[in-house]
Design a binder for this molecule. Sequence first.
Ligand code: NAD
Ligand code: UDP
Length: 319
Amino acid sequence: MGRLSFKRILVTGGAGFLGSHLCERLLQQGHDVLCLDNLYTGNKDNIAHLLQDPHFEFMRHDVTEPIRVEVDEIYNLACPASPVHYQNDPVHTTKTSVHGVINMLELAKQVKAKILQASTSEVYGDPEVHPQKETYWGNVNPIGVRACYDEGKRCAETLLFDYHRQYGVRIKVARIFNTFGPKMHLNDGRVVSNFIVQALKQEPITVYGNGHQTRSFCYVDDLIDALTRLMESDNEVTGPLNLGNPNEITVKYLAEKIIRLTRSQSKLIFESLPADDPKQRKPDIALAKQILHWQPSIVLEEGLMKTIEYFDNLLKENR
Ligand code: NAD
Ligand code: UDP
């Protein structure tokens, strides 16, 4: 793409796992990128290689505070995504989703920017419909320990649609399912990074519950591809759109696969299942296939190998 069609794009949560990959992709496409992050779970190392690029800027800012910048598009990714981290300061997690989204929607309204919200499969809670379609309204415990995240994200979706209906703001809602890859934090706490780091350190693999619960894991490059396609889609396409990989596996299978791929001596240990942990999760991505002409192309093993290589290097550097 030539510089003539470049856009000024704000990425909130841009120093996090998905955000840093997104910043990189948008710069490659020739855009100007403003990365905003309070570095709660994000990391300057994730964007260090971008700081020399004249088309990239980093701003340390909390989305719960208003901001005014001239941009054409907003990707709102700011929010801790790992249960360990979003439950650490649950009140701030809700504020990040609710106050943060209001601030970003006000900005979108003022400067007439298009806004994409990183929503989540967690809006389906512990789903009673399987696989999950966008038409399913979910099964969320509103007062449980995951509610700060789940209900915050649900309220954020409500706000996007109300700003769209009431003020005509152009919106895109992406319901992201479990995504993994390089640049996840070493202490992120989510399952793929936990298992890989434990396997590489020859430590026990902590399976919560009996490990029969399922998830469907998407490699980061596929997900970023879907996010940019969604942003570029026609204005009538508001979502919500499920984005993820429908290849459903059990947590125990994931643990065993990672042990094999790392050739680790680690053994599984079974710990108690966290409260409200969803038993099954698999996206129905028919809508994304039809609207975005997209489907994931990176198989689990290939994605895991790239992620293992990343953590292996990181652990060697930290030694
Ligand atoms: P992450 O924790 O690596 O990234 C989140 C980023 O947001 C971090 O850099 C963090 O410092 C920043 N942040 C948090 N609160 C903030 C605040 N108040 N103000 C400014 N910045 C703030 O997680 P991720 O996996 O990259 O997730 C990115 C987004 O995608 C999140 O909104 C998450 O809910 C959503 N999502 C991710 C997944 C996944 O599997 N990775 C699945 C569903 C939804
Ligand atoms: N999990 C696990 N061991 C870990 C971390 C997570 O068994 O060290 C389980 C967790 O209980 C859940 C699944 O893996 O059933 C996915 O957890 P994660 O925190 O990655 O994401 P989410 O629950 O939000 O899908």
